[in-house]
Design a protein around this ligand. Structure first.
Ligand code: COA
Length: 136
């Protein structure tokens, strides 16, 4: 899939972990993977608290150019096409770049809580997808 910004999404792998399928997707620019996202097809209670439906990261050398919003947006498109009605995305409260990325993609802050194992406050956002809701 080619995006409007001239970068590509590549399906890297689909793996089964802890009872839920995860689709890992690479964001490729000029032949180089500049970001990776994980789309979890099914949310466990634990993932709803911390981890969410989608995780993502942009290579440090490629940050600051709007690629995170593209990567999350295209991963949400995938989730939508799979029929998910909503996606939960979590991020540390101090992760302002991630919070901005989620907001740019329509995320609504649902709650925040201190997660003992992480030693920090984690925010939970919901993004409405308008899908059929068959697999979330
Ligand atoms: C979070 C991360 C994905 C952002 O990647 P990025 O490519 O630098 O982000 P973008 O350039 O697309 O910027 C996203 C938004 O954050 C804002 N932003 C970037 N750095 C920021 C900072 N230090 N403080 C505040 N806002 C910042 C940008 O202005 C942009 O906001 P806008 O869309 O309103 O203009 C990247 O820092 C990363 O991979 N971090 C490590 C993994 C991680 O934290 N993943 C998220 C898990 S929830």
């Amino acid at each position: 899939m080619q995006t409007s910004r001239g970068v590509f999404l590549n399906d890297e792998a689909q793996v089964l972990g802890r009872g839920h399928f995860t689709r890992a997707t690479g964001l490729v620019r000029d032949g180089e993977v500049v970001g990776v996202s994980n789309l979890r097809h099914r949310l466990t209670r634990k993932l709803k608290l911390d981890g969410g439906s989608i995780g993502y990261g942009i290579r440090p050398s490629a940050r600051g150019h709007g690629l995170a919003a593209v990567l999350l947006g295209r991963t949400l498109d995938r989730a939508r096409s799979m029929g998910l009605r909503e996606a939960w995305v979590t991020c540390a409260k101090t992760n302002l770049a991630s919070a901005a990325t989620i907001a740019r993609n329509g995320g609504t802050l649902m709650s925040e809580a201190f997660i003992e194992s992480r030693g920090e406050v984690v925010q939970r956002y919901k993004i409405e997808l308008g899908g059929r809701g068959g697999r979330d």
